[in-house]
Structures are given as structure tokens and as C-alpha cells.
Design a protein around this ligand. Structure first.
Ligand code: AMP
Length: 368
């Protein structure tokens, strides 16, 4: 069995490691020089939508998947006649546009913050009157890690927001004063089997995921989130792993977005669940029975962003993942996972590890 993977970043790399265990060969497409997944299989060093590279993938592989959601759908539609592509391109299309994504949530009765499509400055003024302030103005396409967003706090911010983001299709969203953020990661194979991981709490800094903790001890919220993910998976006739990001406010969940792929907030599943999200994604897209998503303890995951200090490698109780990327500010270079018996022990330990890692990077900066 050979699988074609579009994108050879860290998610491709972790898929590649899981593929080895399943005896699946990987062939990647990625324009970067020496991407992280290069150690897991051949990489066609071509643009993601290069027709020649995609044709080669279609000819050589039994199935094609992707590790990020900004793959041009039209380029993939052309090869879909020749080879199965999972997750389905219709799910990818919906997830690429925040407006259609929100319409799917509405259609499925999944609660979400109020929103308005914004194409003109007048639309933005009308949205601020209809939704109230603050609101978040976001690009409909190609946003990630909080990029392409502007928080409009007062009427005085409207001009600056419009100058920064105007001239492209936008969406205005009600600002949610959430208690915390969670994600629910589900997987479905083409036989319709569904498995959902424990609800995960996510902590972002500067729009980038910093920390994930699972399981979240809130059974009613988890039941609700499972139900929403299941609705999405079934409605989209989905095959593969899907991550749904939600805001928690009191007893309520509000959907933010979904990603049709393996997700950073599910990295803890490598050590913290019976079957990792990466293995289950591969199982789903190759139509193998899915593995158990049961937790193995209380997992905490810390992203290593910008640099990997030596102290992170010296921790005896953490599983270290180094993606082998060149350090750059704001870049995800690796992550650490810890696994403990109780949530209290996990939360205390991850706080200490975060301080060790942060302190090391600061002291390194000071001497640089
Ligand atoms: P997104 O790219 O939509 O996932 O947004 C990145 C982060 O910005 C989220 O994880 C939240 O922390 C924050 N954010 C996005 N939308 C909202 C909102 N409507 N209200 C409050 N915070 C938001």
C-alpha cells in the first residue's frame, strides 16, 4: 500500500512515522527544501498544485490525503477521477471558506457566534451595528494561527480594520468572551465507523497554540462536542480525521472552525491515546478498522515555538518531538508531551515545564 500525502511538514512527518508501523509507504509533494517528512519517504519537490506532481501521485499511490487545508481544490478535482482522495474534497472546500464553514454549522444546528459576510466598508459598519462590538474581522480564506484577523473594539477601529484587511472577502464575527477553548477530534472510515478522542483544552498565545490538555473533565461538554463532531463527520460523508475547535462559555459550546486534517491539538494522542490521530487518519483513509481512541492517562502537550532550548531535551518525564526545522521566531519546531495519572499532577508539571522551557529560551536570547 502506498499513500500520497500533499504537504511534508511536521504533520506529514508524524503521518509518515505512523505509516511505518502500518507498513504503508509514503510519497509526498512539497516545494520546500528538506521538509520534516523527508525522512519518512520520497518528496516530489514541486508546488502543491503542480499538475505533473499530482499526476505522479495519482499513478503511483493507492490513495491521496493532505496535511494542510490550503491545497487548491481545483488541482485535486482533476486527479480525483484517477484516485481516491480523503478527506473528501467537498469537506475541504467548505473548510477553506469561513462563510461556508459557518453555514455548515448552522445547517447542522451547531451553535456558533453571530456573524456577517463583509465585502465593503459599509458592510463592516452594518455588521458592527447588527452584531455589536467588539467583533473580530477575519479573512474568509487562507487565515491560520490568528493571521488575517483584526479585533474591532470600538467604532474608532473600523477605519484601521478596513485599511488592514479591506479589499478581500471578509467575515465579521461576534467577539466571544469565552472561559476557555477546546477541540474535539473525530475520525471516520468509509465503512461509517466513527471514533472520537477525549475533549482537549487548548491555550493559545499570540494566536498560536501553546498548550493542549486532555481529557477535559466536563462530561456534559464532552457529550455535546462528540455529538457536534459526529454530525459533521456524517453530514460530510467524511473519511479521515477532523478537528472541531469550540469556545466554552459556561455550559455552552460555540463552534469556531473545523480543520479537515490531523491537528496540532491532537498531538497528545501519540503517547496519550491507545491509537494516535495519525494512525487513525491512515486507518480511515485506507479503510482499515479504526483503533481505540481511549486515553492512557492525563496528557499535556506543549508546543516548542521559535527555538528548542537544551533544557527541553533534558526532561526525563517528557516525550520530545523535534520536527528538524530551522529555528525562526513564531515557527513550530517541535513539541513535548507528558502523561500523568491525574489532571492535577499533569497541570502542575506542565506549568513547571513551560517555565523551564520559557526561561531557557529567554536566558538564551539574553546571551545571544
Ligand atoms: P481562528 O483562526 O479563527 O482559530 O482564531 C485564532 C484564535 O483567535 C482563536 O483560537 C481564539 O483564541 C481567537 N478568536 C478567534 N475568533 C474569536 C472570537 N469570535 N471571539 C473571541 N476570540 C476569538
Amino acid at each position: 500500500m502506498r499513500i500520497g500525502i500533499i504537504g511534508a511538514g511536521q504533520l506529514g512527518q508524524m503521518l509518515g512515522f505512523a505509516a511505518r508501523d502500518l507498513d504503508i509507504e509514503c510519497l509526498f509533494v512539497d516545494p520546500s527544501v528538506s521538509p520534516p517528512a523527508a525522512e519518512c519517504g520520497e518528496v516530489l519537490q514541486r508546488p502543491f498544485d503542480d499538475p505533473g506532481a499530482l499526476d505522479e501521485l495519482a499513478e503511483k499511490c493507492d490513495v491521496i490525503t493532505y496535511e494542510f487545508e490550503n491545497v487548491p481544490v481545483d488541482a485535486l478535482l482533476r486527479i480525483e477521477r484517477k484516485v481516491s482522495i480523503y478527506p473528501p474534497l467537498e469537506a475541504l472546500r467548505q473548510a477553506q471558506d469561513r462563510l461556508s464553514e459557518k453555514q455548515v454549522f448552522e445547517q447542522l444546528g451547531i451553535p456558533l457566534p453571530g456573524y456577517r459576510a463583509v465585502d465593503t466598508r459599509d458592510d463592516l459598519v452594518a455588521a458592527s451595528e447588527a452584531l455589536g462590538l467588539p467583533l473580530v474581522l477575519k479573512t474568509r480564506r487562507l487565515g491560520y494561527d490568528g493571521k488575517g484577523q483584526f479585533v474591532v473594539r470600538t467604532g474608532d477601529d473600523i477605519d484601521a480594520a478596513w485599511r488592514t484587511l479591506g479589499g478581500q472577502s471578509l467575515i465579521a464575527e461576534q467577539w466571544v468572551p469565552f472561559d476557555y477553548e477546546v477541540s474535539s477530534i473525530g475520525t471516520r472510515n468509509s465503512a461509517g465507523e466513527v471514533r472520537i478522542y477525549a475533549l482537549t483544552r487548548n491555550i493559545h498565545e499570540d494566536g498560536i497554540l501553546r498548550r493542549s490538555l486532555a481529557p477535559v473533565d466536563a462530561p456534559p461538554l464532552e457529550r455535546q462536542a462528540d455529538n457536534y463532531v459526529r454530525r459533521l463527520l456524517e453530514h460530510l460523508d467524511y473519511v479521515g480525521v477532523l478537528a472541531l475547535e469550540l469556545f466554552v462559555r459556561g455550559e455552552a459550546l460555540l463552534a469556531n472552525e473545523f480543520a479537515p486534517r490531523v491537528h496540532n491539538s491532537g498531538h497528545w494522542t501519540i503517547e496519550g491515546a491507545s491509537t494516535s490521530q495519525f494512525e487513525n487518519h491512515l486507518r480511515a483513509v485506507t479503510n482499515l478498522p479504526l483503533g481505540s481512541t481511549a486515553t492512557r492517562g492525563h496528557a499535556g502537550m506543549l508546543n516548542l515555538i521559535g527555538e528548542i532550548p537544551d533544557a527541553a531535551r533534558a526532561l526525563e518525564d517528557a516525550y520530545m518531538h523535534d520536527y528538524g526545522k530551522t529555528p525562526r521566531p513564531g515557527r513550530k519546531l517541535g513539541h513535548l508531551t507528558i502523561l500523568l495519572d491525574t489532571a492535577e499532577e499533569r497541570d502542575a508539571r506542565i506549568d513547571i515545564i513551560d517555565k523551564i522551557v520559557n526561561w531557557s529560551s529567554c536566558s538564551h536570547d539574553d546571551t545571544a
